[in-house]
Design a binder for this molecule. Structure first.
Ligand code: 3HC
Length: 704
């Protein structure tokens, strides 16, 4: 292949091999479709070629359209000859040879081929919905014709990646070929089918379209109503597949294209594209060379078998790691193991895990009675009580027994990493790895860099998070780190609004309508209100100017600790987790507000939303200013994966940009006048506003 050539053509005996080479993932950038057309023309014109194979160079077949091109100017007019149509009309068979990923436009290309072969590790899918669009190159028209409307709807509306074996069962893949031997096997397959006629052209295959009943489409719309609220893309996907069952192929494609062009320019799609790239950016650490050798993490251990420790052990086991777990007493360890088992059993009952898989995962978690038993582990995650003397006992012991070079990570959410590092003679091996509850479910993995953490200790932690299916993000060592510190003013503001006359159910409704799965007060009831109570008491002792929250304290003092006591901000019926507004809480609020003499006012939804989120935007700016975050977009990734912030709104900072950095600043400055110091605008925010720099593009003053 000539250097810089995106698509090449070569002959292997009587088979034409077309190779796409557009690193890193063979996206369909400008030039690739044109290159495929030219190669198909060559193959069709050459009398010695009987069939063709389309294959990707490097790590993937084709991962789809080039997302970076979306939203840049008006939609590109369709080329005079689209490769999909050229394939449909090709007199010679074309075989797609799939490894890595065939996603979006990549799978659509493969569907326009006559046959598809894949290696077992390959994955296929139409994930466009995840970036707020729908397949726009015939995917919604060809897939239902190939595998039936029901299965096609499932794939297109969920956007999931389907492993090769399942794809074969569905009828997407014709043959699975051995790993490593794709090119040769695809050529052999092409020879085998070269003379078969008629060619299987999916666009002509209307046999299964009648399976697309009105009930199927209505049922799908109903079933996604909750999770797809405020979004259009999932519905556009359904509309396009429904059109496939009603319209001739070309008309269906025209409708798909129209919906695609509308969606690609939508706010929802812009936000989701931003989230996609922010998630890739968060993995990059400018201060640590990319090729830093990583330490081994094959052999992990968890210290502390409480709720968090157990969830962390499950995270390892869920991703195939054998993990040791220990606690100070046998009873605590037994309790922890029983909790882990119960958690898995719940998943089995719900049908999200098979009994066999549960048994396998459970067998990977090895309880051991003492820290001495984990001495040869590569990595330890400490998840014990959040008290310095407890940490001291553990880190002193770890320092004494762990093999040299072992990684000593702490899951603390509140204690200075440097304090723990200094409890050891190897502070360079210590860092924070902060999980979010429930640890086996929530995706955020906040890596905290202490002042002495070695670069490879940080790089290894970031990679470890990804190995257990998490989204790793780096935070500086500041009180609450990055995620919780930026969230804290939100939590304060929501209670202060109660003092001024709002009710928990009113605030929760605003945030649910905004897109959170659960309102913040209901979340508090799930986590338990006593933790916040203890923290507030501690902080009040520590800081003389600490803003106390008497209403939150009184709710706890009335024995309302959340769901575990059947009442918190809401009341709960036995055996039911539905929150019911409780007049007793309204009474506590009213009484406290009267005693405090706070003037009451009516809240608009807009005010509630902005009071909560702007408070956090301001704090995020302070964090960036102090150099405790690399990028504003990292904060967005953390809010998406740690706090359930609606993805189609991009993240905290991205969302604030939709209002405008100047307007955010002005509003904060005016609340500063009205409410005092806690709303003092961050000078960093002011600078951004003055320069007109979008918040999402801000870089933190991270020390280089
Ligand atoms: N367009 C542009 N760049 C892409 C891309 C795409 N479709 N897919 C991946 N990339 C880039 C990433 O941004 C990253 O760039 P960077 O190194 O500069 O940060 C690089 O390729 C590697 O990507 P990952 O780090 O994500 O690599 P992984 O191996 O972890 O994952 C993947 C690979 C599963 C392919 C993942 O990148 C992915 O999900 N990509 C998006 C797939 C997708 O959404 N396809 C549909 C596109 S829309 C479409 O096709 C419309 C059509 O219907 C007309």
């Amino acid at each position: 292949m000539a250097e810089g050539e995106l698509v090449s053509f070569e002959k292997v005996e009587d088979i034409g091999v077309i190779t796409v080479d557009n690193p890193p993932v063979n996206a369909m950038s400008p030039g690739v479709p044109e290159g495929i057309v030219a190669a198909l023309d060559k193959g069709n014109a050459d009398l010695a070629v009987k069939a063709m194979v389309l294959i990707g160079a490097g790590r993937s077949f084709i991962a789809g359209a080039d997302i970076r091109q979306f939203g840049k100017g008006p939609p590109r007019p369709a080329p005079a000859r689209r490769h999909y149509d050229v394939m449909d009309q090709s007199p010679k068979p074309v075989v797609a040879a799939i490894h890595g990923y065939a996603l979006g436009g990549g799978l659509e290309t493969a569907l326009a081929c006559h046959y598809r072969v894949a290696v077992p590790s390959a994955k296929v899918g139409l994930p466009e919905v995840l970036i707020g669009i729908l397949p726009g190159a015939g995917g919604t028209q060809r897939l239902p014709r190939l595998i039936g409307p029901k299965a096609a709807l499932d794939l297109i509306v969920s956007g999931r990646h389907v492993p090769a074996e399942e794809a074969q069962k569905l009828g997407i893949i014709d043959e699975i070929v051995p790993e490593g031997g794709l090119r040769d096997a695809a050529i052999a397959f092409a020879k085998k089918i070269a003379d078969r006629r008629p060619l299987p052209v999916i666009r002509n295959n209307n046999g299964r379209l009648a399976e697309g009943t009105p009930e199927l489409f209505e049922g799908t719309r109903k079933s996604i109503a909750r999770r797809a609220r405020n979004q259009r893309a999932p519905y556009a996907c359904i509309e396009a597949v429904e059109a496939a069952t009603k319209l001739p192929f070309d008309e269906g494609c025209a409708l798909e294209r129209k919906l695609f062009d509308e969606q690609v320019a939508s706010e929802e799609a812009k936000a989701l594209r931003y989230a996609f790239f922010a998630e890739r950016e968060v993995t990059k650490l400018p201060h640590i060379p990319r090729d830093t050798p990583l330490r081994s993490t094959d052999n992990p251990a968890v210290v502390g078998a409480g709720t968090m420790g157990g969830g962390i052990a499950m995270s390892f086991a869920d991703y195939g790691f054998d993990v040791k777990i220990t606690d100070a007493t046998q009873e605590a360890l037994d309790r922890g193991m029983a909790r882990i088992r119960a958690n898995y059993e719940t998943s089995v009952k719900r049908g999200s895990l098979s009994q066999e898989e549960m048994d396998k995962r459970l067998a990977r978690i090895h309880p051991v009675t003492s820290i001495d038993d984990i001495a040869d582990c590569d990595v330890v995650i400490e998840a014990a009580f959040e008290q310095i003397p407890v940490k001291e006992v553990i880190f002193t012991k770890l320092d004494a027994v762990m093999k040299p070079g072992a990684l000593l990570y702490s899951n603390t959410s509140g204690i200075d990493i440097d304090i723990m590092a200094d409890m050891t003679k190897r502070p360079q091996d210590v860092a924070g790895t902060h999980f979010f509850a429930p640890a086996n479910v929530m995706k955020l993995f906040e890596v905290v860099q202490g002042s002495k953490s070695a670069p490879d200790v940080i790089a290894t932690a970031m990679a470890l998070g990804r190995k257990i299916g998490k989204v790793s993000g780096l935070a500086g060592n500041t009180d609450g780190f990055l995620a919780n510190r930026s969230r804290a003013p939100f939590s304060t503001e929501m209670v202060i609004m109660l003092e001024e006359g709002a009710l928990p159910e009113q605030i929760d409704k605003v945030m649910i309508d905004f897109g959170y799965p659960v309102g913040p007060f209901a979340v508090g009831d799930i986590s338990g209100l006593d933790i916040g109570y203890d923290t507030r008491k501690r902080r009040a002792e520590q800081y003389p100017n600490y803003r106390t929250l008497p209403i939150a304290d009184r709710v706890v003092e009335a024995g309302r600790l959340g769901q575990k006591t059947g009442k918190g901000w809401y009341r709960y019926e036995k055996g039911d987790r539905t929150p019911h507004p409780d007049p007793e809480v309204a009474e506590i609020i009213k009484k406290s507000a009267a005693e405090m003499g706070v003037p009451q006012h009516e809240f608009t939804n807009d005010e509630i939303l902005k009071r909560l989120l702007f408070a956090s935007v301001n704090e995020a700016c302070k964090i960036l200013d102090e150099g405790k975050a690399l990028r504003a977009s990292d904060i967005d990734v953390m809010w998406l994966h740690g706090f359930g912030f609606p993805r189609y709104r991009g993240g905290l900072m991205y969302w604030a940009d939709t209002i405008g950095v100047r307007e955010v600043y002005n509003q904060i400055a005016s609340w500063h006048q009205r409410y005092g110091e806690r709303w003092a605008p961050s000078p960093f925010l002011r600078k951004l506003a003055d320069a007109g720099t979008p918040l999402r593009e801000a870089k933190g003053n991270w020390p280089s």
